[in-house]
Design a binder for this molecule. Structure first.
Ligand code: SF4
Length: 278
């Protein structure tokens, strides 16, 4: 049994909050650079500005975007791990310290009705999963409102089929237009039920940009949707062009015989997430 101190969790969450806001993942930056080869004129110039912004943020130690997001934290807890205190408090302390000491914008209100800012970006949205092993894996994923607000869940029925899924995804991307700051990473959850599909879509955003689904049907759909989304001509920042999405990631789960839940979680080009394994 491994014991992990809550102070270690807090320190790591603090560090990950700052790093996620500041340093773009290499795989995402490389994919953005690759997409530039397909663009000309205005859309090429926008991609160049995104790359310059991301490289400057890393060099100057400042956030890539003013919206440093609501903090989503995924935790995988091994069955041989003992945490000597309150895991949720330790994570929220890390978020509070990260956003305060890192000068990140505090974007969380205490109640959706009273709209009073909590002033330290807490509480985080924390998802825990129990796994086999003696490690604690923490993934910090700050999510801006521009892309999250354009995400959707829909309860399709089996008769809607693959064409219904494609239509829902593409309609969602078209409606989002430039408001979600494309080029996008599109996370799609298919199956489960209402809330499970939404979580699948969010988890899909955490997959490496080059990762392909091991399920043959999902793999085929990822490729087809990426091509079809990029034919929509939404383009970088919604101003037209060939690169609307950098990647499409589909996560599946079993579902009821009469249901076809589909969630589309749109992620902007910043696609922020950082991981630590303790
Ligand atoms: S969608 Fe992303 S890039 Fe656009 S404002 Fe929000 S966090 Fe920033």
């Amino acid at each position: 049994m491994k014991t992990i101190d809550t102070k270690t969790i807090t320190e790591n969450v603090k560090r990950l909050c700052i790093e996620a806001a500041t340093f773009i993942e290499n795989d995402v930056l490389n994919r953005i650079k690759k997409c530039m080869e397909n663009e000309t004129g205005l859309s090429k110039s926008i991609i160049e500005q995104i790359i310059e912004n991301d490289e400057l943020a890393a060099k100057e130690n400042v956030p890539m975007c003013q919206d440093t997001g609501i903090t989503i934290v995924f935790v995988e807890i091994g069955n041989d791990v003992h945490i000597n205190g309150d895991l949720y408090q330790a994570i929220n302390d890390g978020v509070s310290q990260g956003y305060t000491e890192g000068y990140l914008r505090k974007s969380v209100v205490k109640s959706p009705l009273n709209r009073i800012n909590t002033k330290d970006n807490t509480p985080a949205i924390i998802h825990t999963k129990y796994v086999v092993g003696d490690t604690l894996k923490i993934t910090v994923c700050p999510k801006g409102a521009g892309s999250e607000n354009m995400s959707k869940v829909k309860m399709l029925v089996p008769a809607d089929g693959i064409n219904g899924i494609k239509k829902f995804v593409k309609d969602t991307i078209l409606e989002a237009g430039g408001r979600a700051c494309p080029p996008l990473v599109v996370g799609i959850g298919i199956g489960g039920n209402l809330e499970k599909s939404a979580l699948l879509a969010k988890e899909a955003l955490l997959r490496p940009i080059d990762d392909e689904s091991s399920d043959p049907d999902a793999n085929k759909l990822e490729k087809e949707l990426l091509k079809e989304i990029n034919e929509l001509n939404v383009g970088p920042m919604g101003l037209g062009g060939k690169t609307t999405a950098l990647a499409v990631k589909i996560n599946l789960y079993p579902c009821h015989i009469a249901s076809l839940p589909v969630a589309v979680n749109i992620q902007c080009h910043a696609s922020r997430h950082k991981v630590v394994i303790l």
